[in-house]
Design a protein. Sequence first.
Lengths: 293, 526
Amino acid sequence: MPTKKRTNPLILVVLSLFSLACIIPFWLVLTVSISDENEVLRNGYSFWPEKFSFVAYQYLIQDSGTIVRAYGVSIFVTVVGVIASLFVTSAMAYSLSRRDFPLRGALSIYILITMLFSGGLLPWYLVYTRLLHVQDTLLALIIPGLIGGFNVIIMRTFFTTSIPPSLIDSAQIDGAGDYRTYFSIILPLSLPVMATIGLFITVSYWNDWFTSLVFIQNEKLYSLQYLLNKTLMNASFLQTIANKAYSSTAQITQPLESIRMAMAMVAIGPLVLVFPFLQKYFVKGLTVGAVKG
Amino acid sequence: MKWYKKGAVILSSLMLSVAIVAAGCSDNTKDGSGSSQPSGTGGNEGSGLKPYEVIMVYPDAPQKDNEKVQDAINDYLNKTYPEMNVTVKLNPIDWGAWSDKTNLMMASGDKFDLIFTADWLNFQQQVTKGALLPLDELLAKYGPDIEAVEKDYHDAAKRGGKLYGIHTHQELGNPQGLAFSKELVDKYQFDLSVFKSGKVEDLEPMLKIIKENEPGVTPLVGPGFPLDAYYGSSSTDGVANVAVLDIRDTSPENMYKVVNTYEVPRYMELAKLTHKWFEAGYINKDATTAGLDIWKKFQAKRAFATVADMDIVANLDIGVPMPMPSKTAVTGTHIIQVPLNIDRLQTGKMAATMQAISKTSKDPERAMMLLNLFFKDKELLTLFNFGIEGTHYVVKDGQIALPDGKTSDTVGYYHDNMWQIGNQMLNYTRVGEDPKKYENYEAFNKKVAEKESRIFGFVFDPEPVKDVLIAIDNAKKSFDDGLRSGQLDPEENIPKLLDKLKAAGIDKLMAEAQKQVDEWRAANGK
């Protein structure tokens, strides 16, 4: 029921403050990335660059090989990962939503367990390196994120509450098999939840750097986020070495402040683009389970 | 009843398909690490050694031409030492990923052979977990060239009487002191010879003048403080964590008395001094912010002085001002260094850069043979450190230079890893460095070795007080930065800190440290 009541000003204030808290750091990163490096050194960060300079971006374009490649890896992993993951997640969720599925209870509990406990880092690592042998391949970036218990549960709730069982019954009376029902009836009806969960998965694939850290040795397969993370971690680590290893030989060159910020800007790109398009499904996909009518 | 059966069928078919997928994957990607490939050395069957690939794990930024260099090293090894029948696989790991990755590799039993390690990179835990092999016998048998230079410096890497790491042969310590912007020193005609005393206190009048006359310039830039290595090295011999010997206390009965570093009088002196300077505005307020780079402030000409490790130059001595080549190169402005202290020979420093052999090595003997080569073969060292001649470097007047038109970013193999392995003294220097760098090191090492720490050779076994050490680290954390940088008033905060340490169980640590020192003395006749 849409109402035309005015929003409580207090809420407006709170929300504005919250948005500001999100926007200000973002703005700061942007200005530093287009500031003159020496100005940054001299005056620290400021909200308006005293001297514009696009050197950082020029540098990134010049040295674009690594970044473009990492971009490619990230996009490939995200696209393939999201499609595969949506398929696996929805297939699982759909099966669980069917009351006539015999292992429903057992599998639900199994999923619940994965949400509460994790196997720990070492077994996780061993599964991918010893059992599947996917280290140093793109598969290592895709498989670990394929399915998440939380997403399955959300989808299952969507299927059970917003798709009437009678629809499935009638499809089957008309002669549709299980696969036909799933692909032709269920999937088209579940666009909102697919978009929502799809966005979750996109974000998690796009932002993931840890799997790269653990499984990827080959520089060519670094994902964008890992490249970024690595640059920052290395910079802070190099200072520790300078203090501890007594290496007067180690010449420590840190990437310039503005280049780091420019890299951060470049990495946010696609997500900012994807978000507005999927946003309209967001509320629907998440709440539909609880509120009917 | 019926659906149970159906379920079982589905489940088992699922498992089967997973197994098939797994098997398929393993076929595709199982090359490399597992098996050592024969390296086409048909002619040396006579030596009786089967071909073996030594996997070297060390921290480094990824190098584009890693494989090219690896091939070149293998060609060289094959040509020069056919009887060893050894190849290498270079397995660098990024600094940022180092701890996570090496921990996983060790915990999961991945096969590798040589690994870089250090007391500040979990050496102790690696030994405790049994991830490293004891090296004594291997060293005696296959490490003559290591022994030739490192024989006296193994104690630091011994745990339970067994040796677990081989120290890189290099500088044995560091000089600490003050670095100045030459421009400002010249402008105000400061007399730097006052530092002959080795006392950082003599800096104060200069800071005052700079503060009054140079707005916008930070007189003393942190994070580089008197309470860092300058205090640690000039005033104490470290025993374990906060437990130290006060070396300014020279009364015979206190020579080996373990004390808390925060209770050493010199600590209080320096903490008060730093606090005074901070209050006077001599020290930058953001000095403890992570990631702050002192030298960038010098580059921007916004800094006058800092406390730092000095370059090891010829004729280095306390209170003698010299140009500081490394930082002059980094900042592009002239930097002068004045050493205030020279390390004594400390056990801890020998554990700061080491190579160890992994428990998972299939042929530790060959790993040791290879490590030994890094202590005698200049050509091998050069390949590892500088890459392939003509491609990654050229030799100009006996020094290493980048090929024309290349920068360190574009050349494909450029790192400064000399300090991680082998005998550094055999290395080339880079253009821009003092060609006599390593002679300077030798001279400097003599100076360091002349003055042994009171407990040189002593290594603390943390096992009995492990929990206490963690509690102490936590207690220190909230005070250390504030005290070092002068932001906290020591007269008010050191007593607070001492209370916290007491609650953390410092008495237990002190008793244990004293006990171990006494036992060591008895065993070594000190």
